[in-house]
Design a binder for this molecule. Structure first.
Ligand SMILES: CC(C)(COP(=O)(O)OP(=O)(O)OC[C@H]1O[C@@H](n2cnc3c(N)ncnc32)[C@H](O)[C@@H]1OP(=O)(O)O)[C@@H](O)C(=O)NCCC(=O)NCCS
Length: 159
């Protein structure tokens, strides 16, 4: 998409990130939790996707633990969905982690979240396990996805 940029978030992005999180999830991370992620930069990373008319159109939080990338949350502004933003953001996050030495990636998703599951499957993730009644508000199973081969070579989305 024209003018799209993905980069690590700044503290000035926190309000917009927290607003997207609160709008997207029934059991959202609070602004304080997100702020800790942003500050605790050794393991945690927060990425934002910017558009010319919208400084934070999507975001993704994750941890890099040894050679594993753990995606914790991804959300796109509800008025910007189905335009490829999550795909572009995920590709950037995966490639950035791979360039830093990560070899594989994992995440969990609600069983009822078909949109997210299709997104992850299209990126090459595969279901490896089920955690029964993992989520609350409402209670629901988690599907555990893994992507076993991260590739650092693809170009960055904004370049
Ligand atoms: C899931 C989410 C991040 C997808 O963002 P997005 O920018 O709309 O995704 P993309 O446009 O990159 O879609 C990529 C593919 O995912 C699938 N997909 C995305 N949204 C879908 C939907 N509502 N229904 C069915 N498939 C969907 C499609 O296969 C899509 O490709 P297509 O549009 O060419 O058919 C977004 O819907 C969102 O923010 N949801 C609320 C938060 C959430 O559930 N996050 C994931 C938690 S694990």
């Amino acid at each position: 998409m024209e003018g799209m940029v993905v980069e690590r978030a700044w503290e000035s992005d926190l309000d917009a990130v927290a607003a997207l999180e609160a709008d997207a999830f029934t059991n959202p991370w609070t602004r304080d939790m997100l702020e800790r992620e942003l500050r605790q930069s050794e393991v945690a990373r927060v990425y934002v996707l910017r558009l010319p008319a919208q400084p934070v159109a999507a975001f993704c939080t994750c941890w890099v633990i040894y050679d594993e990338l753990h995606i914790n949350t991804i959300a796109v502004d509800r008025n910007r969905r189905r335009q490829g933003l999550a795909t572009a953001l995920m590709r950037y996050v995966l490639e950035d982690a791979a360039r830093g030495g990560a070899a594989r990636a994992t995440l969990e998703v609600r069983r009822s979240n078909d949109a997210a599951q299709r997104l992850y499957e299209r990126l090459g993730f595969k279901i490896s396990a089920v955690r029964h009644r993992y989520y609350t508000h409402p209670e629901e199973d988690a599907l555990i996805f893994w992507l076993d081969r991260l590739e650092p070579s693809a170009p960055r989305p904004e370049s």
